[in-house]
Ligand binder design. Sequence first.
Ligand code: DX5
Ligand code: ZN
Length: 220
Amino acid sequence: MFILAPSILAADFKKLGEQVETVSKAGAEYIHIDVMDGEFVPSISFGMPVITSIRSCTDKIFDVHMMVDEPGRYINDIRKAGADLICVHQEACLHLDRTIGQIRETGAKAAVALNPATPLHVLDYILPELDMVLLMSVNPGFGGQKFIPYTIQKIQALRKIIEDRGLHTDIQIDGGVTASNVGQLIEAGANIFVAGSAVYRGDAAANVKEFLDVFQRYEK
Ligand code: DX5
Ligand code: ZN
């Protein structure tokens, strides 16, 4: 099954609740929430209070992408605010195993994100502990950037590793994903797709449907 995770970073914040409801009703299964600290990435977005206040808008999975240095400091608070899945960057954690353990202790699903240039082998030992790997297909920090083409090879390589090791890890792609390139990403082996501008630019419900139509063509 393929999953669409609209990124609320591209939503209109003056009607954020409504915008979360719109994509939930249209069939998005995850809500992707980009937390940025102005240190790990240049920009600052939002944090716990925003997550708490939109939690009542939907019962879909809250997928929190922490673009934050040493995110272990905030895991408990992010979980309390309503995260179902917490994703931390390998590049931001000095003690990644400990941070993943902290996420597990809260009962949330655990994921690791890799920047475009970070090689897959950094996951060699931690992979069996993860529910999901997020491969960044742009440099994190901003919405609306162009998809980096070499990500395709990275998806293929990760899917092969997961299969060879008999694991069931999800592969999420984030950055520059559109209804036009998502088919290619499915073929490469990804199964969860973050889309910010491609969902929230224009008619969000119609854009979600466009993604779901592509998914349907690939469902076995
Ligand atoms: C980028 C964020 C993304 C972003 C994606 O740092 O992690 O989730 O919102 O936006 P688009 O889909 O517009 O590239
Ligand atoms: Zn993201």
